[in-house]
Design a protein around this ligand. Structure first.
Ligand SMILES: CCCCCCCCCCCC(=O)SCCNC(=O)CCNC(=O)[C@H](O)C(C)(C)COP(=O)(O)OP(=O)(O)OC[C@H]1O[C@@H](n2cnc3c(N)ncnc32)[C@H](O)[C@@H]1OP(=O)(O)O
Length: 473
């Protein structure tokens, strides 16, 4: 990870949060060690096996929040026994996601994923305590892990099989664990005020809380999971639909900023939202909508973009008598691989040249601070170029330099921590599967760090206090 702002930010590293997990120490010969009281057995041996049979131990035992680490260990194995661990999770449409990894227990018959590296031949190798979650892959091609109902958890199934064969050996132990989205006490409030179609998440207590509007990208609908997870950390977050949802326009033809202005005013007037301004968070197409909101609307204090664009893309934008055309596209520059997956990285025109300059959003009008989260292997578009050009333009107009945090090996779909990377899926505008970029391990580490950076940025600018969550890294 590198960053362009003057402020020094921490490096993306899975090692740091691994230190928070229980059971420190080397894999291999047994060493006396104390166990965390938070650590408890959540599982039973496979049916028909004796009480001395292997069992899975999880911490937290039965339920954790999706963006929190989960410590996994197996006890009761033979000395240096070879086993294969498998995780399975079905999304709400019934699609199955699975990951598996090969391990060898220590001399004491214990296998602690925080201390024992996975051996080659599985979904990942090396010391990866959360590998069995971030390496989950769909059986259905081009399918992403999406959470639709944040009020119910994902059910994670863990299984331990004998041996390292291509086909699973005898089942030795199994366990289930809930990966939840809504923290106890967080309120989920559907919002249908005026034209707004949204869901507000409010942390427990009377508030007021720093407020954020969260926008997803092309695809429409009302994805709530990022907003919900963010609200768990003390923010009042409005997940805002902007097309293809209930009575909103079906397609992405044009947007009117007045709709988004209604949402900003809703938040500013809400008794549980702390003023005087709010934050904006947007991914992909949601990112350039946030840049437009910050540039033209009042009451925005901080804007964080995840692989966003500083040019208006995909649809005309209107606000009062202003019209910003979308950045031009040349479909001839799309490369399609033999497997039929398109690489659209070069499809968009350059917003610094010719008539396409009209699509560059005048972000120098914004009165807020900016954070650009950039996946340097983004294949949807040139996120790093957009961030650097946005920074140049802000500074050329005497505005504060934005924070730019770049992650090598991270692709376009930077989600909250532990969502498996989606390498390619259907592009709902282009109508073909496209590659999003990213290398799974680097992408997963970027997600963990980016999540902290986003929270720290909003804490700093919306509350004036440094984030209390940064110690996670
Ligand atoms: C070329 C140059 C251009 C260049 C021009 C560039 C223009 C701008 C490009 C911006 C790029 C981006 O924004 S990148 C994308 C960032 N995307 C997001 O943030 C997506 C956010 N939204 C969503 O993910 C969606 O709303 C969902 C998955 C939550 C679905 O919502 P829904 O409203 O319930 O819709 P639903 O009917 O179930 O599904 C709608 C469609 O999504 C598919 N779909 C549904 N679930 C999934 C899933 N888990 N994984 C994969 N696909 C799914 C369905 O098959 C269906 O496709 P079909 O049957 O209709 O075919």
């Amino acid at each position: 990870m590198w960053q362009v702002s003057a402020r020094c930010l921490c490096r993306a590293s899975s090692r740091a949060w691994q230190k928070r997990l229980p059971w420190p120490g080397p894999c291999g010969p047994a060493a006396p060690r104390s166990r965390s009281p938070a650590w408890s057995s959540g599982t039973a041996p496979a049916q028909g096996l004796s009480s001395m049979a292997p069992s899975i131990r999880l911490s937290p035992a039965t339920r954790s929040l999706f963006d929190e680490p989960l410590a996994i260990a197996v006890q009761g194995l033979g000395p240096r026994q070879q086993v294969t661990l498998r995780t399975s999770l079905r999304d709400e449409t019934g699609e199955l996601f699975q990951a598996s990894a090969r391990y060898q227990a220590g001399d004491d018959g214990e296998l602690d994923l925080a201390r024992c590296p996975a051996l080659p031949g599985g979904s990942f190798s090396g010391l990866e305590p959360m590998g069995l979650l971030w390496a989950l892959q769909p059986q259905k091609p081009f399918w992403r892990l999406v959470k639709r109902d944040v009020q119910s958890p994902f059910l994670l199934q863990l299984e331990v099989f004998e041996g390292h064969g291509q086909r699973p050996g005898r089942l030795l132990a199994q366990a289930q664990h809930e990966r939840a989205f809504l923290r106890d006490g967080v309120r989920r409030v559907p919002v249908r005020e005026g034209r707004i179609r949204a869901t507000l998440f409010l942390p427990p207590g009377s508030g007021p809380f720093p407020g954020i509007i969260d926008l997803y990208g092309t695809g429409g609908g009302l994805p709530e999971y990022r907003a919900c997870l963010l609200a768990n950390h003390g923010f009042a977050v409005l997940a805002l639909a902007f097309y293809s949802y209930e009575d909103l326009p079906k397609g992405m033809k044009e947007f009117h900023l007045e709709y988004f202005e209604e949402a900003v005013n809703y938040m500013l007037q809400h008794t549980q939202v702390k003023g005087p301004g709010i934050g904006l968070l947007g991914h992909s197409k949601g990112g350039d909508l946030c840049v437009s909101m910050a540039s033209f609307l009042k009451g925005i204090t901080a804007t964080a973009l995840i692989n966003g664009s500083v040019a208006n893309v995909g649809a005309v934008l209107h606000y009062k008598d202003i019209t910003i055309p979308p950045l031009g596209v040349n479909l001839k520059r799309i490369k399609v691989s033999k497997s039929g997956i398109a690489d659209i990285i070069d499809a968009l025109n350059n917003p610094l040249e010719g008539p396409d300059q009209q699509s560059f959003i005048p972000l120098e009008k914004a009165e807020c601070c900016f954070l650009f989260i950039v996946g340097q292997d983004d294949h949807n578009w040139k996120s790093e170029f957009f961030a650097v050009e946005g920074s140049k333009r802000l500074q050329a107009h005497g505005k504060e330099k934005p924070e730019i945090v770049c992650y090598p090996g991270a692709g376009h779909y930077i989600e909250p921590p532990f969502f498996p990377m989606c390498a390619a899926s259907m592009h709902l505008l282009f109508g073909k599967p496209v590659m999003w970029g990213g290398e799974p391990k680097a992408h997963c580490e970027a997600q963990i760090d980016a999540w902290q950076q986003i929270q720290a940025f909003f804490h700093k600018h919306l509350t004036g206090k440094p984030s209390g969550t940064s110690s996670k890294l």
